[in-house]
Each structure stands twice: as C-alpha cells, then as structure tokens.
Ligand binder design. Structure first.
Ligand SMILES: [Zn+2]
Length: 284
C-alpha cells in the first residue's frame, strides 16, 4: 500500500505516554480476551466502557493529548490515512462532512466522553465526543487473530471507525438506536449488523477513492484489498464464535458474518459511491 506521499494533518491527538488508567498489572491476558469480545463481538462501546469504568473505579480524566503529526512511523501512518479519509468524504459530501474531533492514539487507558477507554476494547468511536480511539497495540492483536499485519488491513479498521462517525453525521446511528428501543434483542441485533456492514462498505468506498484525492499518493496495490478483505473475514462474528469454541449463532451477531463483512467491503470498493452502502439496511 502506498501512503507516505499523502498529506499530513489527519487530526491525530497523541496521548501515548500519558497516564490514563492503565489496567492493573497482571490484567493483560484478560485484557486481550475482553478486546476480542468487545471489538469483534460488537459489545456496544458505551456499555463496555461503563463496565470497565466500574472495574477501574471510573474517574475518566479527559485530558487532551498533543495535536499534530506524530514523528514515529506508526503515528504518521494513522495521521496520513486519516487525512486521506477526510479528503475522500469532503470530496463526496462537501461541507456537510465534518471530520471526527480527533483520532486519539493512546496506550493502556484513557478518558473518553463514553467512559474510561481501555486498550482492551479495541478501536472504537465515541459519539459523545466524536473521537476515534485507537490503541496501537491492537495491531499486534489483529496479527494474533490471523487478521494480517498488512497496512491495508490497519487502514481498513481506521476507515471503518470513521464510518461510524459518518453514521452519526447522517443520523443513521440515531435512527438505529430509536428503532432498537421498540425491538426485541434478535431484531435489534439485525439493525446493529446493518450499521456495522455499512461502516465496512464505507471503508471500501474510501479505498476506491483514496488515489483520486491524493494524486495517487495513497493507493492500493494488487493484493492490498485482499488483505483488507482477509481482515474483515478474520473478524466476522461467525469466525470469532468458532474460534472461541462455541457454536455459530447468527441471531447473536452484531457485526455480521465474515462473508457479509467481506462482501460489503468489496461492494463499496467496486462501486465507489457511498449511497450503495445504504443497501445494508434493505429489508429491515
Ligand atoms: Zn464497528
């Protein structure tokens, strides 16, 4: 994947090295398990956060980090990919697209408007402060899950989270929450899946438009999309349920099956138009 020539200024807020409620020593193993559960099985970050803040005693400090372009390769990658994602959506939606308030990179734990964020939760978007939270150690966990170490897989995760920000801007998130109030668990989950697959589709649309807004400086080489698709497949709900040794129960899915996630990422990439992503709600 090409990205180094892309512009900087993706709105990164660097909180690495700030103390913000790191988990107690010895909690690492549990942390990884919770990460898998929270990110992949789609526990609502708000709910997961409040659980974590109960465990850690709350007190989520919302101290801001350093804004600007990080100098290290991992931070720089996040900054440049975020800048390109913002450029794609500004090109598609004009002024009605507002970038996330920041892309927070942190380690251990950090305060968020959704409660205490923990690396254990995997990447997430907090609607309360409109920030994406990303602990870079998650890349390692993705590798351990067989989701690949390719840069394109990492970029896909980032674009997926910004997709959730777009759903707040479009009102899709609020509509789903409203619908879920009057629905049972099973039917409510189908709405959550539609929302997740729409975010996957947005990630595909982003990838297909990335070169056009960067004079080709951010672009995908043959095999890159496959790596992203492989990541989507490795983190489908069915694959993860199997990995945990359980039977696959589609009615409990909140992110969609591996096949669905791959399909919508591909569909977004091939089509290149975000309106195609509304199709995940068809039939609901
Ligand atoms: Zn998601």
């Amino acid at each position: 994947m090409r990205w180094r020539g892309g512009r900087s200024g993706g709105g990164v807020e660097d909180r690495r090295g700030m103390s913000g409620g790191a988990m107690a020593a010895g909690g690492g193993g549990i942390a990884i398990i919770v990460a898998i559960a929270a990110y992949f099985l789609g526990i609502d970050p708000n709910a997961a956060n409040s659980i974590v803040s109960q465990v850690t005693g709350g007190g989520a400090s919302q101290r801001e980090g350093t804004f600007g372009t990080p100098g290290d390769p991992e931070g720089l990658f996040v900054d440049k990919i975020s800048a390109n994602i913002n450029d794609v959506w500004a090109a598609k939606f004009g002024d009605s697209y507002k970038p996330p308030a920041s892309i927070v990179i942190y380690e251990g734990g950090t305060g968020t408007a959704c409660g205490q964020g923990q690396a254990a939760m995997g990447p997430f978007y907090c609607p309360g402060d409109q920030k994406v939270y990303l602990d870079l150690s998650f890349w390692k966990q993705m590798e351990e899950l067989g989701a690949g170490s390719a840069e394109s897989a990492r970029a896909y995760v980032l674009a997926h989270e910004v997709g959730h920000h777009m759903q707040v801007l479009s009102g899709a998130s609020q509509k789903v929450q409203q619908a879920q109030r009057s629905l049972g668990q099973e039917e409510g989950n189908r709405y959550s899946v539609a929302l997740e697959l729409q975010a996957d589709c947005y990630a595909g649309v982003w990838a297909s438009n990335a070169p056009a807004v960067s004079n080709g400086e951010v672009s995908f080489e043959p095999g890159d999309l496959e790596a992203g698709i492989e990541a989507a497949g490795a983190i489908g709900d069915d694959t993860l349920q199997r990995r945990q040794g359980g039977a696959v129960r589609p009615e409990s899915f909140t992110h969609g099956s591996s096949a669905q996630r791959m399909e919508w990422l591909r569909r977004g990439f091939q089509n290149g138009d975000p309106s195609v992503c509304d199709g995940t709600f068809a039939g609901l």
